[in-house]
Design a protein around this ligand. Structure first.
Ligand SMILES: [Zn+2]
Ligand SMILES: [Zn+2]
Length: 133
């Protein structure tokens, strides 16, 4: 099973295999901010495994990525509230943080992580770590 295998990133073919697999299994990434004045580093997970699924977010207060997880077969958690974003015209669903009193906006994948949560610049780069289950 693809999602049971820990893959080392050794080439383009392996990378594309991870890209395909990451839509079904969880994916883990190392993050680094390339802003020389910042240099923030972090780690983030997206998606779930066979037994559970998760929503990924970032907590401003604790400065950590947070995860709302639930068992597959159970209902996905309901949003705490929905807000209309007048700047984009879009609707944003906020979820209650599992770790603090705050709310968070789901990060739907690594492609949405462009801005460094520490300095706010669009200088965040990532590398894939491994598939998880
Ligand atoms: Zn929080
Ligand atoms: Zn930064």
């Amino acid at each position: 099973m693809m999602n049971k295998i820990i893959l080392a990133v050794t080439g383009v073919s392996v990378l594309s295999a991870i890209l395909v697999a990451s839509t079904i299994a969880g994916s883990s990434y190392n993050l680094i901010c390339e802003n020389k004045d910042c240099g923030w580093t972090g780690e983030v997970l997206f998606g779930g495994g066979k037994a559970f699924d998760r929503i990924t977010g970032y907590c401003l207060e604790s400065g950590k990525f947070i995860y709302l997880q639930w068992r597959r077969g159970e209902n996905k958690p309901e949003p705490f509230c929905r807000i209309w974003n007048p700047a984009t015209g879009g609707i944003v669903e906020l979820y209650k943080s599992p770790e603090c009193d705050g709310c968070f906006m789901p990060i739907n994948g690594i492609q949405e992580l462009k801005y460094c949560p520490h300095c706010g610049q669009a200088t965040l780069k990532y590398t894939r770590k491994a598939l998880i289950d």
